[in-house]
Design a protein around this ligand. Structure first.
Ligand code: PSV
Ligand code: MN
Length: 396
């Protein structure tokens, strides 16, 4: 009985501590380069995105903030701040990380912060500055940069010159941060550029964050690695160096597929969570932002988002129930099977009943996925939003 109570206490504490940010772009119509299958229920305005986010929060209790993409959500930049603030109050959702957009303007054809043209670099830097100001005005802690820059053909760009430009731009951006704000640097091995990408991996991101200044950290997007990369190991390195800032969670089969978190390899997410929880139990003060970076084209967007949050909670709780003391004993005595079994037992534990108890204790629906499939919200927004001429994409 006592063991059962302890387990419940431990589980409830872990779930209370778990928060994951949802992306505004996860509610909008998006597509692949081959085409777009629009969904009538997709959000086409910032109001609709806030409404959808607040429904996800109402059902899961784990998503109080929504990541915003400047160009898509605040097309008038600082002039849109008041509108966003009003929506925050109306829907009970706070603006989360602010994502500059350096990948859509025509002028960025050959790069943004790394463009050989000083004029284009200056325009890109100005967008970074505006993004920092927007974050400041909204009280958002993180400005989260993903840089699409790179080149497609060998010999066409001077890679070291571009490193220098990037270092300078990130230092200047960092200088504009208020105390408490952070600059997160995301990396990606390829796409849209296929020969070289200016921030291609965690080593480059780590260097740039260190050069930028003390408030810069690395952001790990789980979809942005080569096949076979041991992501939890690089997470361990980033924890060790104090440079882990946040995650963009999604899953993939091949590249940046943006599939539902845990749909292909849930064990990998479990192992990543384990590294974080282990460091926390060792007393390391981590401040890691968990965010979802997915935009679903085939699955219903609301369902997919709820499914993602619930999966994240399950994997987080599984990892939180690893017996760290026992694991350390097994590791120290090189009991390979014993140590591995500590992982496997935790991973295969069915934590859903514990999560259901936690939800009931918070007056949340016991099964949020069932709830979103039956509670009428999707039907209502489908009706309201259908037929509207503007079933447009945020990418449009
Ligand atoms: C780029 O692939 C990325 O992961 C960046 O985080 C962008 O902000 C996001 O996707 C846009 O969908
Ligand atoms: Mn990302």
């Amino acid at each position: 009985m006592c063991a059962e109570k302890n387990l419940q206490r431990q589980a409830f504490d872990a779930l209370d501590a778990f928060r994951i940010e949802i992306p505004s772009w996860g509610f909008a119509n998006t597509g692949t380069r081959f085409g777009k299958f629009v969904q009538a229920a997709a959000a086409s305005s910032i109001e609709e995105k806030f409404s959808d986010a607040s429904e996800i929060q109402r059902l899961t209790g784990a998503t109080p903030t929504m990541a915003l993409h400047v160009l898509w959500d605040l097309p008038h930049a600082l002039d849109d701040v008041e509108k966003v603030q009003a929506l925050e109050t109306e829907y009970g959702i706070r603006a989360g990380s602010i994502n500059p957009n350096l990948f859509q303007n025509q002028e960025y054809k050959f790069g943004s912060l790394c463009n050989p043209s000083a004029e284009v670099r200056a325009a890109a830097l100005e967008h970074m500055m505006v993004s920092v100001q927007i974050a400041g005005a909204l009280g958002s802690r993180d400005v989260s940069l993903w840089l699409p820059d790179g080149s497609n053909y060998p010999g066409t760009q001077n890679m070291r010159k571009r490193i220098g430009w990037l270092e300078e731009a990130l230092q200047q951006t960092h200088a504009a941060l208020a105390p408490g704000q952070r600059l997160l640097v995301e990396y990606k091995p390829f796409e849209p550029a296929f020969y070289h990408t200016d921030i291609a991996d965690w080593g480059m991101a780590l260097h740039l964050a260190q050069v930028a200044g003390p408030q810069a950290r690395v952001l790990v997007d789980t979809g942005h690695h080569y096949q076979g990369q041991n992501i939890e190991q690089l997470v361990a390195w980033l924890i060790h160096t104090g440079m882990l800032g946040g995650f963009h969670f999604n899953d993939r089969r091949y590249a940046d597929d943006d599939l539902t978190l845990g749909s292909i390899d849930p064990y990998q997410i479990f192992r990543i969570f384990h590294e974080i929880l282990l460091a926390e139990t060792e007393g390391k003060a981590l401040d890691v932002a968990f965010m979802i970076d997915q935009s679903h084209n085939l699955k219903g967007k609301m369902e997919a988002m709820v499914q993602t949050v619930c999966t994240a909670q399950e994997l987080w709780l599984k990892a939180a129930l690893v017996d760290h003391e026992l694991l350390a004993i097994r590791q120290e005595s090189c009991d390979l099977v014993g140590a591995e079994e500590e992982f496997r037992v935790a991973f295969w534990r069915d934590v859903r009943p514990l999560i259901a108890e936690w939800r009931l204790s918070k007056s949340l629906p016991e099964n949020p996925l069932e709830e979103i499939r039956t509670n009428g919200y999707v039907e209502r927004i489908t009706k309201e939003r259908a037929g509207r001429a503007s079933a447009v994409s945020s990418y449009a």
